[in-house]
Design a protein around this ligand. Structure first.
Ligand SMILES: Nc1ncnc2c1ncn2[C@@H]1O[C@H](COP(=O)(O)OP(=O)(O)OP(=O)(O)O)[C@@H](O)[C@H]1O
Length: 367
């Protein structure tokens, strides 16, 4: 067989896509666009509408309204088997009575591909997931991770321009998940398909994705690169859901061109930056402060905001130490520092200086 030309993914557009069940809006007016060959992740808590959106793209669910376009053409009226979309789900459902190679060959047989071509393409697909030596085995003779790779090979074998993955790593243990994560990334680079990946694991999403759509209550609350979501969350929900952060809520005392004068933890006053595009905060404002910019001890002294805190707890987490500091009756600040710094020799109960710069604070909610 002549080598196949380099494959490219398809451009996908979801337009006002909605799905309701009785009086529940499972998915509400979702508008998203995925570039050809992009790796996009749907991230969100359980029940936020991720799988329903994916199922509408696959054709297993009929939208209540809205449209889905692939390379500019609506696919709403197309049945599942005509959509040419590869799918892998958490429960990979391999045929137990067929060998690995026969499982992978199945979609090609369904499409009436010539026998010689089938053998060649199955071989290539199994090689892509590093299982070329396992073609004769039955699924029961493979580990969970290997079975999931067979499911991937089966989805890839007909070279779909679009691949949908719904929690494909969900059933695997932590170590295997980690390995599969890297394999998926490499695979994506080699096949060039547009991949839509569903997960509720933010770390998986941040590692794998070109862009992430964050779902909450059936709506997309933010769509952007992992960096944009981490550094510029547009809401308290995204700030809280992605990465670890301090969410400092305070009473607004005054606002002027310098920023927002705020009282946190009852008595600590500080000035934090305002944010363009936000309506003026009225009574209270919530600011996100990531853990990394928070300095302790001597280093805190050179920061624009520096306060005293009581060290409640600290934890060794690999090469870092995580600190929990109390700055008011019910207000705590978390910080993270490299474990190598000998000067950070604090004890639980110590009073320590804690500091950060104004620009480290990002307005994420105001009432
Ligand atoms: N067939 C159905 N009938 C009625 N309600 C449904 C149906 N399928 C999904 N739902 C509801 O729609 C909402 C969205 O579900 P969906 O499975 O899309 O969420 P999800 O974000 O994928 O969650 P998870 O991470 O738990 O899979 C939920 O409230 C769910 O209970």
């Amino acid at each position: 067989m002549v080598n196949a030309p380099p494959k490219r993914g398809a451009h996908i557009e979801l337009q006002d896509l909605s799905k309701s069940y009785a009086n529940l809006n499972a998915v509400e007016k979702v508008n998203l666009s995925f570039d050809a060959g992009e790796f996009v992740t749907f991230l969100g808590p359980s029940g936020s509408g991720k799988s329903t959106t994916l199922m509408m793209i696959a054709g297993f669910q009929v939208p209540s309204s809205g449209d889905i376009k692939v390379n500019g053409n609506s696919i709403i009226q197309q049945p599942v088997h005509k959509r040419n979309i590869g799918m892998v789900f958490q429960n990979y459902a391999l045929f137990p009575h067929l060998s690995v190679a026969q499982n992978v060959a199945f979609p090609l047989e369904m499409r009436g591909v010539a026998r010689n071509d089938i053998a060649e393409r199955v071989k290539r697909s199994l090689a892509a997931v590093r299982l070329d030596k396992f073609g004769d085995r039955r699924p029961a003779q493979l580990s969970g991770g290997q079975q999931q790779r067979v499911a991937l090979a089966r989805a890839l074998v007909f070279e779909p321009p679009v691949l949908l993955l719904d929690e494909p790593l969900g059933a695997l243990d932590a170590k295997l998940r980690e390995e599969m994560k890297f394999e998926l990334k490499q695979l994506h680079q080699s096949i060039g398909a547009t991949i839509i990946f569903v997960t509720h694991d933010q770390e998986e999403a941040l590692t794998l994705s070109d862009r992430i759509a964050v779902f909450n209550h059936g709506k997309v609350v933010q769509y952007g690169t992992p960096e944009a979501l981490y550094n510029q969350p547009e809401s308290r929900f995204v700030a809280d859901f992605i990465g670890e952060s301090n969410l400092l809520r305070g009473a607004v005392l005054a606002m002027n061109s310098d920023g927002c004068r705020l009282s946190i933890a009852d008595s600590i006053e500080l000035t934090a930056p305002l944010r363009s595009g936000w309506s003026d905060p009225k009574k209270s404002a919530t600011y996100m402060l990531r853990l990394e910019p928070v300095a302790l001890g001597v280093a805190a002294g050179s920061k624009e905001i520096c306060i005293e805190a009581k060290l409640e707890e600290f934890l060794f987490v690999g090469n870092a130490i995580k600190y929990l500091l109390k700055i008011g009756e019910d207000t705590f600040i978390k910080a993270r520092a490299h474990a190598t710094s000998k000067s950070q020799d604090f004890r639980t109960g110590d009073t320590v200086k804690v500091g950060w710069n104004r620009e480290d604070m990002l307005l994420v909610d105001a009432e």
